[in-house]
Design a protein around this ligand. Structure first.
Ligand code: FE2
Length: 288
């Protein structure tokens, strides 16, 4: 029996530090997941941008979204990002907007009470404390739809590349809202890969109108050795910020909703040229 202050066993902590990730089945109950799911669909309907505003959000190599102010100014807002394949060759949505979204981002945890409550449970706070975050701050939230048939692949990357602190402190709290399998695009991670020095950093250019990539090592992360992290609804996957991970496309007819909160340590320095800035919304911890 664990207490709220000790959610992770010594073995689980060891495993997290050894592998760079940890899979925690049944971390959130089904009811809470379904409440969040319903709320996400409502937020999607409420926040669909006009066609002129719409950003087609893809994470593949040809993505052009980074230059779009809609994306770069979303750090302290609730915004919608669409799948590339959600649009036909004339740029018209193939189906209803809320069924065509890649994700919602990036401050639902601070701006929406349902997301806020889901993100700030005593269990989440305990995990953050146990893995060594001294002053945890909830930097970013994403609700990822990974829609049937059109949900795109996310290439191998580390979160530290995009959410840089010195020293590195970002931790991903990823929660399966639907069952995630190899068929509908579950996470894949490289065990122990968090010890590989991070190969690049994405940051704002001088005019802060787009992101540029600073490359430290041009060799890609190993493509062999990644393991699938299949996760039933309510499973939480913790990801060290320097762990290479990816997710496949959703080729199935089942949705694969997931929710991620990225947490940093307030004792580390969050760099001012990271793409995500929150000029109108101070970061908060789990209890304040
Ligand atoms: Fe990631």
């Amino acid at each position: 029996m664990t207490t709220t202050s000790e959610v992770l066993s010594p073995q689980q902590l060891l495993s997290f530090h050894e592998d760079g990730y940890l899979v925690l089945p049944n971390f959130v109950d089904d009811g809470a997941c379904l409440t969040l799911r319903e709320r996400a669909l409502q937020l999607a309907k409420d926040n669909v941008p006009s066609p002129q505003e719409a950003t087609i959000f893809t994470a593949d190599a040809s993505a052009q979204h980074a230059a779009d102010q809609y994306f770069l100014t979303s750090g302290d807002k609730i915004r919608c990002f669409f799948e590339k394949d959600a649009f036909d060759e004339n740029g018209v949505l193939r189906s209803e907007a809320h069924l065509s979204l890649n994700k919602l981002g990036h401050a639902m945890h601070d701006l929406d009470p349902v997301f806020g409550a889901f993100s700030r449970t005593p269990q989440m706070a305990a995990v953050a404390q146990q893995i060594g975050l001294v002053d945890p701050l909830l930097l970013q939230s994403m609700y990822i739809f990974k829609q049937p048939r059109i949900g795109g692949e996310v290439n191998s990357h580390t979160d530290h590349t995009f959410l840089w602190t010195e020293p590195q402190s970002v931790i991903g709290f990823w929660i399966a809202i639907d069952d995630a399998t190899t068929e509908n695009g579950c996470l894949w991670a490289l065990p122990g890969g968090h010890r590989i020095p991070v190969k690049s950093r994405s940051k704002l250019n001088q005019s802060r109108t787009a992101t540029i990539t600073e490359v430290f090592d041009k060799d890609p992360y190993p493509s062999e050795g990644l393991v699938p992290l299949e996760a039933a609804r309510g499973t939480m996957v913790l990801l060290n910020g320097t762990l290479p991970h990816r997710s496949g496309p959703n080729l199935s007819d089942k949705p694969r909703h997931a929710y991620t909160v990225h947490v940093i340590d307030g004792q580390a320095n969050y760099l001012s040229d990271n793409w995500l800035q929150r000029p109108h919304l101070a970061m908060r911890g789990f209890s304040n």
